[in-house]
Each structure stands twice: as C-alpha cells, then as structure tokens.
Write a protein that binds this ligand. Structure first.
Ligand code: C2E
Ligand code: CA
Ligand code: CA
Length: 754
C-alpha cells in the first residue's frame, strides 16, 4: 500500500494507508491528537482489525482529543472544519486517512475536495498572518499547510490515475502543485529535499537563513550549520542511506552567526516516485526549548517558599563540584529537619503548617551567606549547600548558625511555638564525593534526632553502620510475626525501703529470626520513624491487658499497678484512646490498674494534642507517668501545664548526680538536693516520684534520704518474664490466696538491709 506522507512542524498527514497502519503510526509517533477523515460511511465500514486498531490508537492517545469523521461529502464539510479546529487546540499532530476516498466505489465529489483544500489553505494563511498568535497556532497553520499540501498531493496522484489527456484534471494538478509550493515557501520551517546522491534538489526560501546559495550538497551544509563537535552525530542523523523517519533536536548555527535549538526531521520519501529523495525539515524550536527550560525551572522550585526543591539538588551539586575542583575549596551539606512538624499540620491545619514553613524559610535565609544555596527538599526538610569553605569545621559552624536562627519561638495562629530542629552536616574537599554528602548529612541529621533533636551532628563513618542497622531493623520489623517474635517482661517498681512492690513496668522484648535479640532501645526509635510503632503498641496493649486479666484471675492485689510505655506516634493517632479503652473494657480491667508512661518530650509537644489525649485517659481513670524525667531538656514550667500522676526520674540523672557527689568527695548515701527539689515540685501535685536504674544500695539510701518514694532498678528486681513475675507476686503475697491474711507468709524484703 502506497504511503504518501507530508511531514512538517510536528504534524503528519497521511493518505492511502490502511486503518491499522494509521493506528500504528499514530501510536509509534506518539501523536497527541488524531483526526481521521474518512470517506467510509461509518466506523463499522472499516474492517474488523482496522476498527480494533483505530480504537486502540484513539484510546492510547489522550482519548478526548481524538476524533474520527466518516462520510465526508458536500454536506459535511463544516463538520470537517469544526473537527480540525477542535483538535488543533489540543494536538500537535493531525493525521488523516483518506484512503477510502480513492476507491472508485466511493468516488468523492472533486468540488468537495477543492473546497476542503481552499478551507485549509485559508485557515493556514489566517493563522500565519497573526504574528502575535501563540506558537501553537503557528504550528497549526503549518499543519494546515501541510494538510492542504497532502490533499493537493493526493489530488495529483489521483489525477495521474486518470487519463493524461483529461485537461481539467491536469489544471487541478498544476494548481494544487503551485499551491503546495506556495505553502512551503510561506512556512517558517526550512524544507530541504536531498536526492539519493546527497545533493540538495530543492530548498524552500526559508532555507536562506541556513544555506548559502553556493552550497549544493548536504555535506557542505553540515560544515556550515553544525559546530565541529556535533557534526559527526548530525551527519549520522541525516545520513540518507538510513531508511525510515527520524527526528532529533540539536543546536544549529545560522548564516547570521546566531545559534538556536532546532528540530530536524528526516523523512525517507524515496519510495515516492515523484519526490524520490529525503525531505529534511528544520524547525526553529528555540522558543519552545526556552519554554521547556522554564517549565523545568518551575518543576524544580517549591511554590510555597520559592526555594529550589529536591529535583534541583543534583544540578546544584554538580555545579558545586565543578567550582570546588577549580578553586580547591571545601563544601558542606547541611540537612535540617523540623521535629514534630507533622503535629502542627495535623492539629492546627495545613495553613498553620504552611505559615510555619514560610517563617522557617525567612529565618534560614537570614543565616544564608550569598554563596549558600538553600533548598526545601521535603515537607519539613531543608538542605543548605555551603560552598567555598576552607575546612570542615567551618561547615559545622555554619550548621550551628542555622540551628540558632530557628531557636526562637515561631508564631502559630495567636500563640508562639518552639520548634525542635535536628541538624546534620557533612563536608568534603573531594569533588567526586559531593553527591555522597546528601546521604551523609541525612544520616547525621537522624543521629541528631535520635539523640533528642535540637542539636547539630557531624557525619561520622560509624553512622553509616548505624544507618545500615536501621534499615536492617526496619526490614526485619516489616516481616516480623509479632506473636512469635515479641514477648513482654515485667520489672517491679518498689517502695524506696525495698519492702513493698507497688507495681510493674512492662517492657517489650524482640527475638528476631534474622537479627537475634534486638533491644527496644534500638528498635523502638526505628519503629517510631517508620510508623510501625502503632501496630507494635497495639500488640503491647492487648498482651499487657490479657496478662493482667490472667493475674487478676489468680487474685492479683487490686492496688498493684502495671505500666505500659507509649510513644508519641501512638498518642498522635486519633484511634488510640478509644482503642485502648475498648481493650481495657474487653479484658474487664479497672482503668486505675494501668499506668501510661510517656516521655517528657511527648507531653511537651507543640500542639497540645498529646496533653489532651492524656487528659482523656486520666478522665477515664488511667494514671499518667512522666518517664525519663531529667534526661535531655526538661522544662518544669511547661510540665506544670500537663496532666500527670507520677514522675519517673531517668537513670542518667541519677548517674550524673552520683558522679558529681563522688567528685566532690561526698558520701554516696547522702541526700541529694536536686532530687529533693524534684520531690518538692511533685509534692505540689501529690505525685509520687519513682527513680529508675537504681543499682546500688547507696543510691537507694540517698534517694530515700532525699524523699523519693519509689525505686525501680536491678537492685530491687530485673525485668523478668511473666512466669517469674507471677512467682515473685506469689512469694510477695500479692496474689490473694484463699487463705486468711493472718496465715499469709510475710514477704521477704526485696532489699536485704541487714
Ligand atoms: P524505659 O521506659 O526508660 O525503660 C527502662 C529501661 O531501663 C529498660 O530498658 C530497663 O530494662 C532498663 N533498666 C531498668 N533498671 C535498670 C538498671 O538498674 N540499670 C540499667 N542499666 N538499666 C535498667 P529496656 O527494656 O531496654 O527498654 C528501653 C526503652 O525502650 C524503654 O526505656 C522504653 O523507652 C522503650 N520501651 C520498652 N518497651 C516498650 C514498649 O512496650 N513500648 C514503647 N513505646 N517503648 C518501650
Ligand atoms: Ca518507661
Ligand atoms: Ca525511663
């Protein structure tokens, strides 16, 4: 089947093709829009395969831009016009299959085609005349020009089918030929026809901007338009010995010396006896290219803050590396992450979140030197590329400066909030290592976050191991069978004299088939970041409640409490409180039996959601214990704003105070003023104070002397599995046997004070 193709300006017009060829070409050439003008009466007139492939093509292309018009005759010309107008608004390609028109049985009225031809010609001229018309319109004009040309070509061919002596047809052919040539001449595209020997057989007048009149071969043309470095690639592209149709974009030099982006299309028309050569179409896409680059720039800009986004990072790093190798300087990458930002978004709404991000950006800009490049690479993640440094320490100092500017509170709505920011930094003097800085600064940032946030961490190689461990833990957790791998141990909380157990703290244990025993200190933080803590926490709640229920069946003392650790991520979940209360109800437990242990920083979150949830739990009868008190940053003033029943002093504070005493030559068993102060404050709220991590009797004595009421630590009992805990409960008389109280054996003191 003959294929007559006219190509130009990204539009293709074909005729004398089978439906399936049209369909395949449309898909292959990635048309945006397809117009099928066919003389057949309806889609059903196409053969079955043709129908299928046409529909596939129409589906493949963006559905609603594709149209088919069947049964073109005198009365439906307006339909054809509307159709072309409609698709021209969307598409880059117009494709028409007028194959059937040629068939004798569907002989069209020649006048109809003359009319269609005129119509297309007129539209082309109109569109070209409007110099300010959008680029698309110009393209459309070209399309129309080409379409008109194709129709003319078709008429030509069709004419040749008829008797050569038919004068009317001959006239039509000539007119059509002239019009085709005129349209080519009017086009801003450059058309060059190259014969089989590489000689230029035809050039449109627009080719004058590229081709000196003296140039007569493609090879000479290449010498003048291509930069020496591009010449070979371009020669290969234009090689007329290569069959098929191909398209490429390149930089060309015009005769006036200007360079621009051009799209070069080579169409093999050697099978066409009239043309018998290759048609080279050169289209100026400089403006399109500029537009595309603008779009790329837009895509790499964060619309909220106007900062470059993650997409821009590779190019920035590449530029930085090049500059470094020239100047021999050091570059640092600073990675900043706002802790608890998600809560602001969740509770105060996205508008408040956006406001905070804009404020953060202005602060960061204040700290930015002219050579620093600030990017927002994620929701609450920022990166600064700090170039031109003398050494890595300078990078650290710059990172500290960024942390400092975010120190002051931010205004959120009508109140102010302090944000905790984790900062990581990594630096190098090796340009090849610049791309690695992103991952390194990230690892350092996570390190800072794990250590409480509000600090700068400098990347160290062991963080890489840490990060690997983290990803191994994440993977193993994802595939963990909780019932098989998790278990709970219980550690007694004891009166400071060591005589009486008042409760137990449940502590999670994980025996992973891949990793062996993993301590909660390792996997809990990882699961908090991955979000797995919510499922893990639900498992803990369910199993602790079931355990307490079992012990209650055995007669557990009603005053004994059992504590559970709860992470901030769990509290942030709307379903947390109702689910916890329903589990307690399910196991028939008294709410007062259970203590929820939360860390200071959880309670002091910026949004107040956690405090509100804890208040709900207190309202339902549960007790709240402030865990790890005295670790990291404590803010007593703020702590007073939140609900709590118990304060648990962190082991690290106990150790620090013991060490200080030792340094001062004091007696380790002496009372400690700081512990005493905490007890006084807790006393205001009638809250008992538990000290954790008590390992020695001196520590216990000092705590007792300072007024601490309860202790928990290896001295009074290590965390133990439920069976051992039950045995301890039994010997301590905390399972109420059926015997009378007087017969109950006196429990042995947990600490032998003799
Ligand atoms: P935590 O809540 O502060 O728990 C006390 C930790 O101190 C436990 O570590 C306990 O075994 C340990 N410990 C108790 N007495 C002593 C002592 O005398 N000396 C020393 N050196 N350590 C002592 P563990 O079990 O490794 O748990 C670590 C942390 O993991 C817990 O700290 C808690 O924050 C978290 N965690 C444990 N279980 C859970 C859980 O079910 N849910 C959540 N969200 N976190 C949990
Ligand atoms: Ca705890
Ligand atoms: Ca603790």
């Amino acid at each position: 089947m003959a294929v007559l193709a006219s190509v130009g300006a990204g539009y293709l017009v074909v005729e004398a093709m089978e439906e399936r060829e049209v369909a395949t070409a449309a898909v292959d050439l990635r048309f945006n829009a397809l117009v099928v003008i066919s003389h057949t009466r309806s889609l059903e007139d196409h053969d079955a395969q043709g129908q299928l492939e046409l529909s596939a093509a129409v589906d493949h292309l963006e559905g609603d831009h594709n149209e088919a018009l069947h049964g073109v005759n005198g009365t439906e010309l307006t339909g054809a016009q509307e159709l072309i107008d409609k698709v021209a608004g969307h598409g880059r390609m117009v494709l028409t299959d007028i194959d059937h028109l040629k068939e004798a049985s569907h002989e069209p009225d020649e006048a109809v085609f003359e009319e269609l031809l005129n119509l297309l010609g007129r539209r082309a001229e109109e569109a070209t005349a409007d110099a300010s018309a959008a680029e698309q319109q110009v393209t459309f004009a070209l399309a129309l020009a080409v379409l008109a040309g194709a129709l003319a070509g078709w008429l030509t061919l069709r004419a040749s089918y008829r008797s050569a002596s038919d004068r009317a047809v001959e006239q039509t052919r000539l007119r059509a030929g002239e019009r085709f040539e005129r349209l080519l001449e009017d086009s801003s595209d450059v058309f060059i026809l190259v014969d089989r020997d590489g000689r230029i057989a035809y050039r449109s007048s627009s080719a004058g901007s590229f081709v000196e009149p003296s140039i007569s071969t493609l090879s000479e043309l290449l010498d003048t338009v291509a930069d020496p470095g591009d010449r070979d690639a371009l020669a290969e592209h234009l090689d007329c010995a290569r069959p098929g149709r191909r398209q490429e974009q390149c930089i060309l030099k015009r005769l006036d010396g200007q360079r621009g982006s051009y799209e070069i299309l080579v169409s093999d028309l050697t099978s066409d006896e009239i043309v018998d050569g290759h048609l080279v179409t050169i289209r100026d896409v400089t403006q399109e290219e500029r537009l595309r680059q603008d779009l790329v720039a837009q895509a790499s800009t964060d619309p909220l803050t106007g900062l470059a986004n993650r997409r821009a990072l590779p190019a920035i790093l590449e530029g930085t590396a090049t500059e470094m190798s020239l100047l021999g300087t050091v570059v640092a990458l600073v990675s900043l992450d706002l802790d608890g930002f998600k809560d602001i978004n969740d509770t105060l709404g996205h508008q408040a979140g956006d406001d905070v991000l804009v404020q953060v950006t202005s602060r960061l800009r204040l700290a930015t030197r002219p050579t620093d490049i600030l990017l927002r690479v994620g929701g609450d993640e920022f990166v600064v590329v700090v170039a031109g440094l003398n050494n890595g320490q300078e990078g650290h100092r710059v990172a500290e400066r960024y942390l400092t500017v975010l120190d002051e509170p931010f205004t959120v709505g009508d109140h102010s909030e302090t944000l905790r920011v984790s900062v990581g930094v990594s630096a190098t003097d090796d340009p090849d290592r610049v791309p690695d800085l992103v991952a390194e600064a990230d690892m350092a940032m996570y390190h800072a976050k794990r250590h409480g946030g509000s600090q700068v961490s400098v990347f160290a190689p062991d963080m890489e191991l840490e990060a690997t461990a983290t990803s191994r833990i994440t993977r193993a957790l994802r595939s963990a069978d909780f019932d098989q791998e998790f278990s709970l141990v219980y550690q007694p909380i004891v009166s400071v004299d060591g005589q009486r157990i008042i409760g137990f703290e449940s502590l999670l244990r994980w025996n992973s088939p891949q990793l062996g025993m993993v301590s909660p200190g390792e996997f809990i933080p990882v699961s908090e970041r991955s979000g797995d803590i919510c499922d893990i926490g639900s498992w803990v709640i369910e199993h602790v409640c079931r355990q307490v229920h079992e012990w209650e069946q055995a007669g557990l003392d009603p005053n004994l409490t059992v504590s559970m650790n709860v992470s901030p991520r769990q509290l942030a979940n709307d379903a947390f409180v109702p689910r916890l209360l329903s589990t307690i109800g399910h196991w028939g437990l008294a709410a007062g039996r259970l203590v929820i242990e939360v860390t200071e920083s959880t309670v002091l979150d910026s949004t107040g959601v956690a405090a509100q949830r804890l208040q709900e739990l207190r309202g339902a009868g549960l007790k709240i214990s402030i865990d790890d008190f005295g670790s990291g940053y404590s803010n007593l003033g703020q702590l007073l704003r939140v609900p709590f029943d118990i304060i648990k002093i962190d082991r690290s504070l106990l150790l620090t105070l013991s060490e200080m005493r030792e340094l001062n030559g004091g007696d380790p068993a002496d009372p400690c003023a700081i512990m005493g102060a905490i007890v006084s404050i807790a006393g205001v709220f009638s809250a008992p104070v538990v000290c954790e991590g008590v390992e020695t009797d001196e520590q216990r004595q000092s705590l007792e002397a300072s007024g601490i009421t309860h202790v928990q630590g290896y001295l009074t009992g290590r965390p133990a599995p439920p069976e051992d805990t039950a045995a301890l409960l039994a010997v301590s008389g905390l399972f109420r046997p059926m015997r009378s109280t007087s017969e109950r054996p006196r429990p042995a003191a947990l600490v032998d004070r003799a």
